[in-house]
Design a protein around this ligand. Structure first.
Ligand code: ASP
Length: 438
């Protein structure tokens, strides 16, 4: 039997109806033996997340102001869920404890963590799982840094080999018992950490979308879903702006080679996206996995006669940038020219100064800045050592009258990056998608 850890996000647990869906999903697969819930999220566009409300209560309480009204909203939501699902648990008693701790000066981390804690108590009762407090097995060190090794040991000792266990997401504790939370959205990290600790075969991440799409749906109409993506591809796509899981939540499972399956609680019949170790992705004959991109880059164009004979020229250029704490994206070079591509905002307030320093330090003939560049990454493990991929990409752009200002192919051959005018960004993304979508 496989071991599956299922993490459910806030929208999957927003009300009693969503709790019912979660139960149906858990019941449908006996391999789902570990469950990591978030706090109830928004029920509608105008609604507020429980976590946000808890932070607000703590903020008011900390300065001696009334927070009762907001707390009532929180309490009502939990009581309503318990009532509608006819749960036996005395949730009012638990709410009362949280209320008095906040009243008596509890920390923001403690207050925020109660969203997951209370939701975990309800859900464990509803589906008949054992509740294990994350404070006992998810460890942060004295300085508040997540302690991966100790956590792995504690998780494996406490719940490894067990069945039907629920651990609330988002928080853990320092060695002295003080509650500490992960960054916002951190239940994803909790799920990953539990998956690694129990040596899961799959980490299921249940949310409100059916996985990742091949392109941004605000640009491309109805982009196809990505069925399988490798960890490396995902990193490339996320770096270039695709919204995916929190990087920290991918790390623990990636290290342990555990695949992540992103699924939709509202459409459980859909397979979602499988994020797999690089070796398991298989090739897909020239196929594209996804397209992502960002606008707002600047090119520093440097020219110097006979540059190609000068050892250390590039070093001097990068040293100027390093001294300003500036990070760059790409360095396409010609024989006597070198371009550095970086985010426009990196240059803010010091454009002239940097140009002057570059002229001075490198003795360049000219240094010019060209703005309004957008970068588009076309990513696919199927492109590796496949003849014709770039021809297809560039023809698609040419056919759509898109001028390419820069080209860079990663050494892995998994990623071709093109630079186009900001204004041509959407057209370029659509053109690439259309050329590669099948
Ligand atoms: N409830 C927390 C938040 O809103 C953590 C999470 O949902 O993942 O950030």
């Amino acid at each position: 039997m496989k071991v599956k850890v299922a993490k459910f996000g806030g929208s999957s647990l927003a009300d009693a109806a969503q709790f019912r869906k979660v139960k149906a999903i858990m019941d449908a697969d006996p391999q789902r033996i570990f469950l990591v819930p978030s706090a109830p999220g928004k029920r509608s566009y105008k609604d507020e997340k429980i976590t946000d409300l808890l932070y607000k209560c703590q903020k008011l309480a900390a300065v001696g102001e009334h927070f009762e009204e907001i707390f009532d909203v929180i309490a009502e939501r939990y009581i309503e869920i318990a009532h509608e699902l006819e749960l036996e648990i005395d949730i009012r008693k638990h709410l009362q404890i949280v209320w008095s701790k906040i009243k008596n000066g509890a920390s923001a981390d403690y207050a925020a963590s109660r969203g997951e804690y209370l939701s975990g108590l309800l859900l464990a009762d509803y589906i008949g799982f054992e509740f294990v407090d994350a404070a006992t097995i998810v460890r942060f060190d004295e300085n508040g840094k997540f302690d991966s090794e100790v956590t792995q040991m504690l998780v494996s000792e406490a719940i490894g080999g067990k069945k039907n266990v629920l651990v609330p997401g988002f928080y853990g504790a320092k060695p002295n018992g003080e509650i500490k939370v992960f960054p916002r959205g951190g239940s994803d990290i909790s799920g990953a950490v539990i998956a690694r600790g129990v040596h899961a075969d799959v980490y299921e991440n249940w949310t409100d979308v059916s996985g990742f799409l091949m392109a941004d749906p605000r640009i491309v109409k109805d982009p196809k879903p990505i069925r399988i993506v490798t960890y490396s591809e995902l990193r490339e796509l996320a770096y270039m702006g695709a919204t995916v899981l929190h990087e920290d939540s991918i790390f623990p499972v990636r290290q342990a080679c555990i695949p992540i399956n992103v699924r939709n609680t509202n459409m459980p019949e859909e397979p979602g996206t499988m994020i797999v170790p690089d070796t398991d992705g298989g090739s897909s004959g020239g196929r594209l996995t996804g397209i992502a991109g960002r606008k707002g880059f600047t090119v520093i164009a440097i020219a110097k006669d006979n540059m190609h004979n000068e050892i250390g020229f590039g070093f001097k250029v990068l040293e100027v940038l390093k001294n300003h704490g500036i990070s760059f994206e790409h360095i396409p070079t010609g024989i006597d020219t070198m371009s550095v591509i970086l985010a426009e905002k990196e240059m803010e307030g010091r454009r002239k100064q940097i140009v002057d320093e570059l002229l001075l330090e490198t003795g360049a003939d000219s240094v010019e800045l060209h703005d309004d560049l957008a970068l588009i990454a076309t990513v696919g493990r199927g492109m590796v050592r496949y003849v014709g991929t770039s021809a297809k990409l560039f023809s698609a752009l040419a056919d759509n009258n898109v001028n390419i200002r820069m080209i860079d192919q990663g050494s892995s051959e998994m990623n071709i990056i093109v630079g186009v005018e900001n204004d041509e960004f959407d057209r370029a993304v659509c053109a690439i998608y259309e050329a590669f979508k099948d």
